[in-house]
Design a protein around this ligand. Structure first.
Ligand code: K1U
Ligand code: ZN
Length: 169
C-alpha cells in the first residue's frame, strides 16, 4: 500500500467527471487499498479517486467510531436508484477543501447500487452519516465539491482560505 497526494482546490482536476470502471481487478484493488490508507492517514471518513488524481468511479469510506474496529467500505461505479424527498442538513468537510466546514442539505435517505471490493453487485439503503457521505463522494465523481452547494461568496472565501493555507505551507 502507498500514500497518495490529496489534491486541494482550486486544482482543476477536481472538476473532472470520472468514468466507470470496466473491471474490478488486482490493479483496481491496489488503487482502493492506497486510497484507504491515504484516507486513514488524512484522517477522513471518505475519499473519491479523483481526489488522488484518478478520474475513475471509485470511493472508499469508513464510518466506524474511533474506538471501534475499522469497517472499510469500497464503492465502484455507484448509482443512486432512489432519493427521499425529505432532506437533512449536515455540517460537511472535505479533505480537498481543508479546514472549511459548512452546512449542506441533501436527501435524508438514498438507495444505491454499486460493485464492492470483489466486483459483486450490492443494492442497499443509506441514511444518516452514510447517506451524507456517499452523496458527498458521488458528487466528487461528477466534479462537484460541497462548496459548490454554498453561495458564491462562501465558495470564493473557502478557496481563498485554502490557497492561503497552501502558501503558508
Ligand atoms: O474529502 C472527502 O470527501 C472526505 C470527507 C468526507 C465527508 C465528511 C463529512 C461530511 C461529508 C463527507 C472527510 O472525511 S472530511 C474529514 C472528516 O469528516 C473527519 C475527519 C476525522 C474524523 C472524523 C471526521
Ligand atoms: Zn470531499
Amino acid at each position: 500500500m502507498a500514500l497518495r497526494e490529496i489534491l486541494t482546490v482550486p486544482n482543476p482536476v477536481l472538476k473532472q467527471v470520472s468514468t466507470p470502471v470496466e473491471r474490478v481487478d488486482d490493479e483496481l484493488r491496489q488503487l482502493m487499498d492506497d486510497m484507504l490508507e491515504t484516507m486513514y492517514a488524512a484522517p477522513g471518513i471518505g475519499l473519491a479517486a479523483i481526489q488522488v488524481g484518478v478520474p475513475r468511479q471509485v470511493i472508499v469510506m469508513d464510518l466506524a467510531r474511533q474506538d471501534d474496529p475499522p469497517e472499510p467500505r469500497f464503492f465502484v461505479n455507484p448509482e443512486i436508484l432512489w432519493a427521499s424527498d425529505e432532506t437533512a442538513p449536515y455540517e460537511e468537510g472535505c479533505l480537498s477543501v481543508p479546514e472549511v466546514y459548512d452546512e449542506v442539505d441533501r436527501p435524508a435517505r438514498v438507495r444505491l447500487r454499486y460493485l464492492d471490493y470483489n466486483g459483486q453487485e450490492v443494492v442497499e439503503e443509506a441514511e444518516g452519516l452514510f447517506a451524507v457521505c456517499i452523496q458527498h463522494e458521488m458528487d466528487h465523481l461528477k466534479g462537484v465539491l460541497f462548496i459548490d452547494h454554498l453561495s458564491r461568496l462562501k465558495r470564493e472565501r473557502a478557496v481563498a482560505r485554502v490557497r492561503k493555507l497552501a502558501r503558508a505551507g
